[in-house]
Design a protein around this ligand. Structure first.
Ligand SMILES: C[S@@+](CC[C@H](N)C(=O)[O-])C[C@H]1O[C@@H](n2cnc3c(N)ncnc32)[C@H](O)[C@@H]1O
Length: 180
């Protein structure tokens, strides 16, 4: 299922619009809206999604005009072996629905934080020393797990922006390696 750009998409878009550099990666491109912003500001942009329809749509439509993009249908970014200046994601962050309805666009595992944690793991293997991971975090996911991960791995977390919506509070978080 292709995720249509929504409040969370536009919220993280505002935060990344002025970032520039060489190598960027988006995990979970959906309609390609955010990847398009990266394509304007970065030399080489990789985008992944577990949903083939999203990759196909983005390639044929929203990202058609960009020739600095590399789109792959995969889990997180398994086939990509590269270190990036920036990794962004608006991951699925809701705790799995009790009726177990499968929807990869919104449900991020039992606590809602599982996909986010997999993305944060990339700091070891896919993030340059001075790189950053920017992601959407919701008050509806288990934020203790995310905070513990940051602490255990001695990462730096900065909240770039925070907004209260009717049913949740969203934060745009930036993770960097501590020595920077
Ligand atoms: C909330 S949507 C965001 C889509 C788009 N980036 C946006 O902001 O409008 C989350 C996206 O992550 C994708 N996704 C979910 N699990 C994934 C995984 N394990 N690996 C890669 N993509 C995944 C979904 O298919 C969906 O397109």
């Amino acid at each position: 299922m292709i995720y249509n750009p929504a409040d969370d998409t536009f919220f993280i878009a505002d935060a990344i619009i002025n970032y520039h550099g060489n190598y960027a990666l988006e995990i979970g491109i959906g309609s390609g809206y955010l990847t398009g912003i990266l394509c304007k500001n970065y030399k080489f942009v990789f985008g992944t999604d577990i949903d083939f329809a999203s990759v196909k749509y983005s390639n044929k439509h929203s990202l058609k005009k960009f020739n600095n993009k590399f789109l792959i249908c995969c889990n997180i970014c398994e086939p990509i072996k590269y270190m990036f200046d920036i990794i962004i994601s608006n991951p699925p962050y809701l705790p799995q629905d009790i009726e177990n309805v499968q929807d990869d666009t919104i449900y991020g595992g039992n606590t809602g934080a599982e996909i986010t944690l997999k993305i944060l793991q990339l700091f070891k293997s896919h993030l340059k020393d001075k790189g950053k991971i920017i992601f959407v975090k919701s008050s509806l996911s288990d934020n203790n797990k995310i905070n513990q991960f940051v602490e255990i791995n001695q990462l730096k977390k900065k909240i770039l922006s925070k907004k209260k919506y009717f049913y949740e509070t969203l934060e745009i978080c930036e993770i960097t390696k501590k020595h920077n």
